[in-house]
Design a protein around this ligand. Structure first.
Ligand code: TRP
Length: 374
């Protein structure tokens, strides 16, 4: 059965993103919105041009406020469930661009509490997850956010501030709403039911900490939208502005599409992978849109739209539209073979990872420019 399921903790099936817009009740990122964004940024990030960010809530309101001189704060986050992979950084690369173009402050939440509460590994302790949070922190810093404009916090280490606000959210959230939104059952642990309150708080913190109505923009993968539907409902009840959001698609798993996932290491490119691991995974695992024989491929051409290596180039690793188009055309016509396409993809990924891993090392010296606690 081709069941599609998208919740913050589970993504299954081949996702139809247009259908998701209807199901979630969000708006499509269309050319009118893109033109409006371009007016302020001077150019469009390739993830916008290619509709990798395809859905949003209230972007027009956010830009209305921006026009009036009411600058927005960006809020995003990371759930430290393990080593980070290339799928996790799609929203973060875009967030960095937004921060630069709008000279915006960034609040970055790392939810060690969440990943502890939702962990399926019975003996994983909160200390284990907290350690992962500190390790992921290095990858996050390595992406290049502005130190003076970025606050990163780990939930259990910023708990005094967060908890005080989270209980206000929780007071307005019933079990039946949480159940309907996330599919909890009577067997779900009560921490899971409470957790979404913690993820709402950073959407309100700018207004609380600045003492004035401050718009917030949340760039995130679309599976996080259920949390922020609740956040937006409760915002009105607590007297805060509803956060705007802009949603990305998922990076497909190498073997099967859907969503790249830490739990399937053969289908995933981790930020810590070596050049050899990347080469082997792409060559052996990445689903190909090529034909069975070279002769057939030359004659009939390949299918870039279902080829995972091509999709990785499109979504994250080849920002140049002209270069991407040429690869698309050559592959489709049969001029380029699958092995050649994979080779381009491997080189691009390895060039990115080499730099990233250097920056990750350097990040160890600047933790204190970013991490806050209370
Ligand atoms: N729940 C998210 C995850 O599992 C982490 C997160 C917290 C987040 N706050 C966020 C993601 C805001 C995007 C935006 O990855």
């Amino acid at each position: 059965m081709n069941e599609i399921k998208v919740t913050p903790w589970e993504v299954k099936g081949n996702i139809n993103y247009e259908k998701l817009i209807k199901e979630f009740g969000t708006e499509e990122v269309n050319d009118t919105l893109l033109k409006r964004i371009e007016k302020y940024t001077g150019e469009l990030h390739f993830m916008l041009r290619r509709k990798v960010f395809f859905s949003h809530r209230d972007m027009h309101w956010l830009l209305d406020e921006y026009e009036k001189g009411n600058k927005f704060v960006i809020y995003t986050g990371r759930g430290p469930s393990g080593d980070m992979h290339i799928g996790h950084i799609v929203p973060l690369i875009f967030t960095k661009w937004l921060q630069e173009k709008f000279n915006a402050e960034l609040y970055f939440q790392i939810t060690d509490d969440e990943k502890f509460l939702f962990s399926k590994k019975e003996n994983q302790t909160i200390e284990d997850v907290n350690k992962l949070a500190h390790d992921n922190l290095l990858d996050i810093i390595a992406l290049g956010f502005k130190p003076k404009k970025t606050k990163i916090f780990i939930d259990t280490e910023y708990a005094k501030t967060l908890y005080k606000e989270a209980i206000k959210v929780a007071k307005h959230l019933t079990f039946s709403t949480a159940k309907a939104t996330f599919g909890f059952t009577n067997e779900s642990n009560v921490g899971q039911i409470f957790f979404t309150s913690m993820q709402s708080v950073p959407a309100f913190l700018p207004t609380i900490q600045k003492g004035k109505m401050t718009p917030v923009l949340i760039p995130c993968a679309v599976d996080q939208d259920p949390h922020f539907r609740i956040t937006r409902d409760i915002a009105s009840k607590l007297g805060y502005p509803k956060p705007a959001a802009i949603h990305s698609i998922f990076i497909p798993g190498l073997q099967h599409g859907g969503k790249m996932s830490t739990s399937e290491p053969n289908s995933t490119i981790f930020l810590k992978d070596t050049p050899k691991q990347v080469k082997d995974k792409i060559n052996k695992q990445a689903f190909s849109g090529g034909r069975d024989t070279i002769e057939e491929h030359r004659r009939l051409g390949g299918n870039p739209d279902i080829d995972v290596s091509f999709q990785l180039l499109r979504i994250i690793f080849e920002p140049d539209d002209q270069k991407l188009q040429k690869i698309y055309d050559d592959y489709k016509s049969g001029k380029m073979l699958s092995g050649e396409l994979k080779q381009i993809c491997i080189e691009k990924i390895n060039a990115f990872l080499e730099k990233h891993q250097e920056k990750r090392e350097k990040a160890k010296d600047s933790i204190h420019d970013f991490l806050i606690s209370d």
